[in-house]
Design a protein around this ligand. Structure first.
Ligand code: F6R
Length: 242
C-alpha cells in the first residue's frame, strides 16, 4: 500500500486528479470506478478544469459508480446520478452510454444489484477504483460487520453514516436507510484502488486501515489484502499515525 501524505484537502484532490488524468491518457479505454460524497468533489473539479484546459478526452472511458440510494430517483437532486452529472459528467466528453450507476428505483432492487455485479464481472473488475472512506471505516456502503465475501447488494446504512450524510438532505428523516452498493468482493476485483481521505474525522478509520487488524469490523482494512492500493490523505486524516 502506497501512502501519499498531502498538506490539505486541495492537495489531496490535486494529487488524485493527476493520477486519474495520467491513467486516462495512457489507457483511453479506461474503466473507472467512481465515488460520491464530499471527498471526491475537489478531484472532479480538477478533472473538469484539466479537460477544459488541455482537452483530456473521456470519449472511450467507461465509469462504474460504487453505489446509489434505494428509492431516490436519478432525477432527484439527492441522487448520486444527479451528483455525478453536476460535478463531472456534464462537463467532460464522456458518452452517456458509458456511464453506469445502480438504479435505486428499480422495481426489484435485488435483481438490479445482481445486474450491476454482472456488469462489473463482465469487465473483470474496473481498472481504477476511486474510494472515499466513512468515519466508521466503511467503503462504498459496506458498513462495519459486512462480510468481506459480499458482492453488489442492498446495504442498510449505519446510523452514523445517515447522520454524516444528513448534510445533503433537508432533514435526517429524508436520508435513505438503504443503498445498492458494490460489495467488498466487487471492490477488490479492481486492478488498482485510489482511496482519498481528508480531515480529522477520518483519522480513526485510517488508523484502522494502516495499523489495525484486517477485520470486518473495519471494512477498509480489507484493502491491505489488495496489491495495488494508493492512499492519498492529508495531515489531519493521518494525525493518529505516528
Ligand atoms: C460514496 C461512498 C461512501 C463515501 C464515504 C465518505 O459513493 O461510497 O463510502 O465515500 O461515506 O463520504 P464523504 O466523502 O462525504 O466523507
Amino acid at each position: 500500500m502506497r501512502i501519499i501524505e498531502a498538506e490539505n484537502y486541495q492537495t489531496v484532490s490535486e494529487a488524485a486528479a493527476s493520477i486519474i488524468i495520467d491513467k486516462v491518457k495512457t489507457t483511453p479505454q479506461l474503466t473507472l470506478g467512481l465515488a460520491t460524497g464530499g471527498t471526491p468533489v475537489g478531484t472532479y473539479e480538477w478533472l473538469v478544469k484539466d479537460h477544459q484546459k488541455y482537452d483530456t478526452s473521456y470519449e472511450h472511458v467507461s465509469t462504474y459508480n460504487l453505489d446509489e440510494y434505494v428509492g431516490i430517483h436519478p432525477s432527484d437532486q439527492q441522487s448520486y446520478h444527479h451528483y455525478m452529472d453536476k460535478y463531472l459528467f456534464n462537463h467532460i466528453n464522456i458518452k452517456r452510454s458509458h456511464i453506469h450507476i445502480p438504479d435505486g428505483t428499480a422495481m426489484d432492487v435485488q435483481a438490479e444489484a445482481s445486474r450491476y455485479e454482472g456488469l462489473i464481472h463482465s469487465i473483470n473488475g474496473v481498472d481504477l477504483q476511486l474510494l472515499g472512506i466513512g468515519g466508521n471505516g466503511h467503503i462504498g456502503f459496506n458498513e462495519p460487520g459486512t462480510s468481506f465475501t459480499k458482492e453488489t447488494h442492498i446495504a442498510t446504512l449505519a446510523r452514523s453514516t445517515r447522520e454524516a450524510n444528513a448534510r445533503f438532505f433537508s432533514s435526517m428523516e429524508k436520508v435513505p436507510k438503504q443503498a445498492i452498493t458494490m460489495g467488498i468482493q466487487t471492490i477488490l476485483k479492481s486492478k488498482e484502488i485510489l482511496l482519498l481521505a481528508s480531515g480529522e474525522q477520518k483519522a480513526g478509520a485510517l488508523l484502522g486501515l494502516i495499523r489495525g487488524d484486517i477485520s470486518e469490523d473495519c471494512p477498509v482494512s480489507v484493502l491491505r489484502n489488495h496489491d495495488h492500493v494508493t492512499v492519498i490523505a492529508d495531515h489531519a486524516a493521518l494525525s493518529l499515525i505516528k
